[in-house]
Design a protein around this ligand. Structure first.
Ligand code: CP
Length: 325
């Protein structure tokens, strides 16, 4: 079975969110525009909407997560859905049940939306191909391939600080080779014509030459972040490769590639610092930079919740229409 899946219904409405590459710029704009409406001032009550009342969202995370899982849960609750967080370690998956049997079982309990994170490529798409016509699937992180809501929240964060991304230079620093965050950010930024995208890291952590067309590459962090408007630091994803090869140990990595205050001074004075989390302080990023005045890392988290509320609210149109059909 192919991993390709149609993410829109026959009316052109969002049904599944599997990857950003398969969507038009207008769809991304619609999500970010709605997400912006779900932002409230710091200290104000959290935004709420009744739109998913009577619907059920199941979070199935077959890989660890803090931000994505917590924000999908809060997003669904703030839209008044019923929420099921399946504990996969104590589920019947541990007794050999297939992922599709788990899905069919939950679908029989009237789950309408599956939020799925998995270490294997193609799992969210394969689930999307096999669920009932009214059911929607949202990719919450797929191997090193795709993390669409992260790409959307990163685009939203850059736009809110820098405006039109056609005038913006983004430097992504770290383990790009194993990063679904970098791939989804690339897809999102490319659709909006990003001015310049630089991939910066040790040779062993840069992607294959035919990936990220149009992006520039640098193996020296000082060269890579000079005059950048946005510096996005990425964690070395040790869980995705067995052999260290020529990848330096954490201390040496920090010495050669870590985002320090001294290095950040090479970027533009008003550059913003991003990190998708989880961070390894003292490895890819210095604590003083993560907590410093240029950091927008906590804003990224806030935008992530708003983006996930927007996606859930938009796919509601599809569920409602199929349910009435
Ligand atoms: N950025 C991100 O996906 O974080 P989590 O792994 O904590 O969800």
């Amino acid at each position: 079975m192919s991993d390709e899946v149609e993410q829109l219904n026959s009316r052109g409405e969002l049904r599944h969110l599997i990857n950003l590459g398969g969507l038009d710029r207008a769809h991304l704009e619609e999500i970010i525009e709605l997400a912006t409406r779900y932002l409230t001032p710091v200290g104000a009550p959290a935004p709420r909407d009744d739109i998913l009342r009577g619907r059920t969202v199941a979070n199935l995370f077959f890989e660890p997560s803090t931000r994505t899982r917590a924000s999908f849960e809060l997003a669904a609750k703030r839209l008044h859905a019923d929420v099921l967080n399946l504990d996969v370690n104590t589920s019947s998956r541990a007794k050999g049940e297939s992922i599709m049997d788990t899905i069919y079982t939950l679908q029989a309990m009237q789950v309408d939306i599956f939020v799925v994170r998995d270490a294997s490529t193609g799992v969210p798409a394969r689930i999307a191909q096999q669920v009932a016509p009214h059911v929607c699937v949202l990719n919450a992180g797929e191997s090193d391939v795709s993390h669409p809501t992260q790409g959307l929240l990163d685009l939203m964060t850059i736009q809110r600080h820098k405006g039109d991304v056609r005038d913006v230079c983004v430097a992504v620093v770290g383990d790009i080779k194993h990063s679904r965050v970098a791939r989804s950010a690339y897809q999102a930024l490319s659709k909006f014509g990003v001015g310049e995208l630089r991939l910066v890291g040790p040779p062993g952590l840069l992607p294959e030459e035919d990936e990220f067309p149009g992006a520039k590459r640098a193996t020296e962090v000082e060269t890579g972040i000079r005059d950048a408007d946005v510096v996005m630091a990425l964690r070395v994803q040790r869980e995705r490769f067995a052999e260290l090869g020529d990848i330096p140990d954490p201390q040496e990595y920090h010495r050669r590639y870590g985002l320090t205050e001294e290095r950040l001074a090479l970027a533009r004075r008003d550059a913003i610092v991003m990190h998708p989390g989880p961070m390894n302080r003292g490895v890819e990023i210095e604590g003083a930079v993560a907590d410093g005045p240029q950091s927008v890392i906590q804003e990224q988290v806030t935008h992530g919740l708003a983006v996930r509320m927007a996606v859930l609210a938009l796919i509601h149109r599809h569920i409602g229409r199929e349910a009435r059909a």
